[in-house]
Structure formats: structure tokens, C-alpha cells
Design a protein around this ligand. Sequence first.
Ligand SMILES: [Zn+2]
Length: 121
Amino acid sequence: MTTRLAGLPVALVLMLLLASAALIGCGGARSGGEKTGEAVLGADDPAAREVCYANQLIARNEVVAFYMNNPEARPPMQVSVLIQQGALKKAPVCPAGGDFKSFNSQDLGFICSIHGEAPAD
Ligand SMILES: [Zn+2]
């Protein structure tokens, strides 16, 4: 009898704990991905940085190939101009929702607003 009665509040407390944990989790994810709505990983997640850098390097290969084939073309400092030039089909995607506006025309590197530029090698 007493165990049954005692069991109920414990279950309720667990549910409340789970509910509050879910709310905290939701709030964190939302604040990280509000910009684009595409964010699937947190800004401070090391996995997000790895994927971001990998995406940057894939796009960088595309751009490097373009400037090798078009030596007269000058690299711009904005990713949007890069796409206009035809050096790049689309900007790299950051899994944490960072955006790519700036381009390092010196070493042809992309600059994520969250993770910065991927280290060369
Ligand atoms: Zn990033």
C-alpha cells in the first residue's frame, strides 16, 4: 500500500525532471540555430567544427581549380562575388549555422562566422 502511494510522486518528479531537461535542450539548440534554421550541431561542438572545415576544404578545391584554369581572374573578398564569378557553385555549409560571407583572397580560404578559416593541412 505505502510503496504504491510513494511510487507515484517519484514518477511525477522524474517526469518533471525529464520535461525540464528537454526544455533546456530545446532552448540551447534554438539559440544556436536561430540564424539560418539549418543548424544541427552546437557552435561549441568539436564535431561541428570538423564538418565545417571539411566542407570549407571541399569548396576550396573547387575555387583553387577555377583560378588555375582562369589565371586572369582575381579572387574577391566576398563569397557572393566568388559565386557571381563562377568560381564556386554554392557557399560551404556550416553544421552549427555559421555563415560564409568573407573569403580570404590571399590563400583562397573560406571564413566561417563561428569557426573561422580551416587550417591549411
Ligand atoms: Zn562553421
